[in-house]
Design a protein around this ligand. Structure first.
Ligand code: FES
Length: 89
């Protein structure tokens, strides 16, 4: 049943076995985990002209884990609709 569900998910989402979401960020690590304290977030909000923190969810940012707008070009190339998670006060 699990194999069937995995296969169905891959077919429905257009994924093939072996494809990765992460194209090249911190590939030397077994798992990419980024942590922020509330102070980190407050400091980042102070630096931003709009007072927000945008967290990358497309894995294409040159400033990962922060969004640098690379999702726009990525979406144009593949027809996806990904964007950042935006933290606001
Ligand atoms: Fe990845 Fe914006 S660059 S979500």
């Amino acid at each position: 049943i699990v194999a069937f569900l995995v296969t169905a998910f891959m077919i429905l989402t257009g994924r093939k076995g072996g494809q990765h979401v992460n194209p090249g960020i911190k590939k030397d690590q077994p798992k990419v985990v980024d942590s922020f304290t509330m102070k980190d977030i407050e400091d980042l909000m102070k630096k931003d002209k709009n007072g927000v923190v945008a967290i990358c969810r497309c894995w294409r940012s040159k400033n990962f884990p922060l969004c640098d707008g690379s999702h726009t070009a990525f979406n144009k190339t593949c027809g996806d609709n990904v964007g950042p998670a935006v933290l606001k006060k």
